[in-house]
Design a protein around this ligand. Structure first.
Ligand code: CA
Length: 313
């Protein structure tokens, strides 16, 4: 099954209501879909997480290595593409582009053999997973204590048993808002917080201690991804389990995060960390280190489907 063509699709839409997290505003949403066609007419779809146009440029740069190659030899192609860009791209854009390609090859493999990817891997190990609501961002107007409490209560009313709130807007303000959201949803709905690496260890530890009584499920990206010593400090000096990894890549990057026990929950993005092929390896490493794995997902239905195939095994 030879690869005939690789096409990129940049999706872009302006938002009616811009939203923000600790380090920035989103006024548009973008996504990059990767479409691979084989000579016998099968089409596979993948997705790359991250800035869509730069990701698309890297997929285009990888395309000559894919044309004419055996679409079923996914592991071999992964190694070839990674090796071709290794000297200048062990993290970030090249691995994101490679992830979208890897997922499209898994989709092709599934179509060729007439089975979903998780069946080809030997699953399912599970056929249901608990979802959590990601939302609770800041808006341009209004009192966040009021609108976030209302939004959180809305997710609980829809049946979500867990949700995630953005923090990183100042320790005192964060503490007030986390408390207001916890009061709005009651004690039985799981609540996680995400600072998008907006803090240093000192401030993250202060926040974690201030909200120690609010039963927070995890404290996501408290500090910048490069600061593994800071991660370890946050883990040691405040009581909330620490999560991170959406800005980490490949088995080689996660080797450091897991080996140094920097997190309690590791969060590779299937569309960024190296695709399904690589995330299976990272999952096995997390298992061997006794560290929980919850995929990061931020994209279209293709990203969600890829994460579900992984979660199934
Ligand atoms: Ca996050």
């Amino acid at each position: 099954m030879r690869i005939k063509d690789v096409r990129v699709h940049v999706l872009e839409a302006e938002l009616d209501q811009p939203f923000s997290w600790s380090l920035g505003w989103a006024r548009t949403r973008t996504a990059l879909l990767v479409e691979i066609e084989t000579a016998d007419g099968l089409i596979g779809w993948g997705e790359s997480y991250g800035p869509a146009r730069p990701n698309a440029a890297v997929v285009e740069a990888m395309k000559p290595l894919l044309i004419g190659a055996d679409a079923l030899a996914g592991e071999a192609l992964w190694e070839q593409l990674y090796a071709a860009f290794r000297d200048h791209g062990q993290k970030g854009l090249p691995v994101q582009a490679l992830s979208g390609i890897d997922l499209a090859l898994w989709d092709l493999r599934g179509k060729h053999f007439g089975a979903p990817a998780h069946r080809l891997i030997g699953g399912p190990v599970r056929s249901e997973v608990q979802a959590y609501a990601t939302g609770l961002y800041r808006r341009e107007a209004g009192d966040p204590r009021a609108y976030l409490a209302e939004e959180a209560a809305g997710y609980a009313a829809k049946g979500f048993a867990a949700m995630k709130l953005k923090v990183g807007f100042g320790v005192a303000e964060d503490a007030l808002i986390v408390r207001a959201v916890r009061e709005a949803i009651g004690p039985d709905v799981a609540l996680m917080i995400d600072a998008n690496h907006g803090y240093d260890a000192t401030r993250a530890i202060r926040l974690g201690r201030m909200i120690a009584d609010l039963d927070i499920g995890w404290f996501e990206e408290p500090v910048p991804p490069e600061d593994l010593a800071g991660y370890a400090e946050v883990r040691a000096q405040q009581p909330i389990p620490v999560a991170g990894g959406e800005c980490e890549f490949t088995r080689f990057g996660f080797r450091e995060l897991l080996g140094r026990r920097a997190v309690d929950v590791v969060q590779p993005d299937t569309c960024a960390a190296g695709g399904l092929s690589e995330c299976l390896k990272i999952a096995a490493m997390a298992n061997a280190h006794g560290i929980r794995y919850v995929p990061h997902v931020w994209g279209t239905g293709v990203a969600l489907a890829a994460a579900l195939q992984l979660l199934a095994v």
